[in-house]
Design a protein around this ligand. Structure first.
Ligand code: FAD
Length: 387
């Protein structure tokens, strides 16, 4: 089987593949799945207008399922935009004509309390610009196949790889130079895995299911793409472990908030995780040298370009998840660039609520991808055995 190749330590990380798999299946995945349903993590604030600065002719995707259940400005009560003032009304229904997505369209009426808005240096989107931003319930909009493909999608990936994170040869002396490429490639693998996991198999009967051939073609048969997925997972896990304990999970519902805190602690202080993989990624080995500040500036600049490219993604749901996950990676870098050579945060770090939401949802996506890739490995094994 292809995945049998993955043994030993994940490149540039501190844990091996087998440990990551068992930790993920037994501990991380179940906790993360629950965590992302909590009110604090369900909603993401995002600018969804397609405002592409590079290719104004970009086409939109062709399926209805691409559209995001967006909550129009008129349905969004003033107090949500100005935290701590009054209570929003109860009956907040999103507008989307897709019955199978109508699981929970009601926004939690206190979930937005304490949401402070700032302008984020890692993205081009100004969170304080309320006229352009909307809150989206992520639970109603799973990342899946949308039909978005062709030249529009291809040129975005191409622009990301060729202009903003070139692939350095594996023998490259400075592993930090490879980090951005590996993170983007790992994210790309994860997006492909989710497309394959939740695929429209038959448009005429609206039959959804798994597309194992696509998974194999786009991810599993490319060992470096699988390795980058594991790398990205450990990198994001390390940042989550460093920061999540000190974040505030205040939605105004103390019972739910306590549960959120408790799940975060279960995730971070799990004895299995502490014993088997206490430091998923050792950032102290990277970018601590003299070139550290310069490298940070360079990566931040490349990252802002990648974030701007997300406005060119011609499919709303892809844009939503693209923006969220790129913000999640940006947050990860922001956190790990702030730790010192002893692996401690060397300054009080301001991480905004939307960034924490992006970080955890990204971690959950990566965790799902790793689980799915491993599970299907057994199926491929059987397939090749009998073929
Ligand atoms: P692509 O995935 O477009 O890949 C293009 C090229 O990149 C490949 O030919 C290969 O050379 C290289 N490549 C592929 N994978 C990797 C990797 N892991 N590491 C390094 N290089 C790689 N479609 C959906 O259906 N649902 C979504 O939610 C969705 N979200 C998207 C989000 C973004 C930000 C973008 C840019 C696209 C998204 N798409 C989504 C489209 C999807 O990613 C593919 O572009 C599309 O399905 C066409 O796939 P493809 O086979 O042409 O290869």
């Amino acid at each position: 089987s292809d995945l049998k190749k993955y043994t030993g330590i994940v490149e540039d990380c501190c844990c091996d593949y087998e440990t990551v798999d068992s930790l993920n299946t037994e501990v991380l995945h179940p906790i993360l799945q629950e965590l992302v349903t909590m009110p604090f993590f369900r909603y993401f604030k995002v600018k969804l207008w397609c405002d592409c600065p590079f290719w104004p002719d970009d086409g939109m995707c062709r399926l209805r399922d691409c559209s995001v259940c967006e909550c129009p400005e008129s349905e969004f009560p003033e107090p949500f935009k100005k935290p701590f003032r009054g209570l929003p009304s109860d009956n907040l229904i999103c507008q989307e004509g897709k019955p199978q997505a109508a699981v929970d369209r009601t926004l939690d009426n206190k979930a937005f309390q304490g949401w402070v808005e700032i302008d984020n240096p890692w993205t081009y989107d100004d969170e304080t610009d309320n006229a352009e931003m909307t809150y989206v319930n992520l639970q109603l909009n799973p990342e899946r196949y949308t039909g978005y493909a062709g030249p529009s999608a291809r040129r975005i990936w191409e622009a990301i790889y060729t202009e903003n994170c070139p692939k350095y040869p594996t023998g490259e002396f400075f592993p930090e130079k490879r980090v951005l490429y590996k993170l983007i490639s790992g994210l790309h693998s994860s997006i492909s895995v989710h497309i394959a996991f939740d695929y429209l198999l038959d448009e005429s009967t609206n039959l959804w299911g798994q597309n194992l051939e696509l998974l194999y073609d786009r991810v599993v048969r490319h060992p470096d793409r699988v390795k980058n997925l594991y790398f990205t997972f450990l990198f994001v896990l390390r940042a989550a472990a460093e920061y999540l304990e000190q974040a505030e999970y205040d939605t105004g519902n103390s019972e739910e908030d306590l549960k959120t805190h408790s799940l975060v602690r279960q995730l971070l202080y799990n004895p299995k995780l502490q014993a088997a993989c206490p430091l998923p990624f050792d950032e102290a080995k990277l970018w601590q040298g003299e070139s550290g500040p310069e490298l940070k500036q360079q990566i931040q600049k490349q990252f802002r370009n990648i974030s701007a490219l997300m406005d060119c993604v011609g499919c709303e749901k892809c844009r939503l998840w693209g923006k969220l996950q790129v913000l999640g990676l940006g947050t990860t870098l922001k956190i790990l660039f702030s730790v010192d050579s002893q692996n401690h945060l060397n300054q009080p770090l301001q991480v905004q609520r939307n960034e924490v939401i992006a970080l955890v949802n990204l971690l959950n996506r990566l965790s799902e991808s790793i689980k799915f890739v491993r599970e299907t490995d057994e199926i491929y094994e059987l397939f090749f055995l009998f073929w």
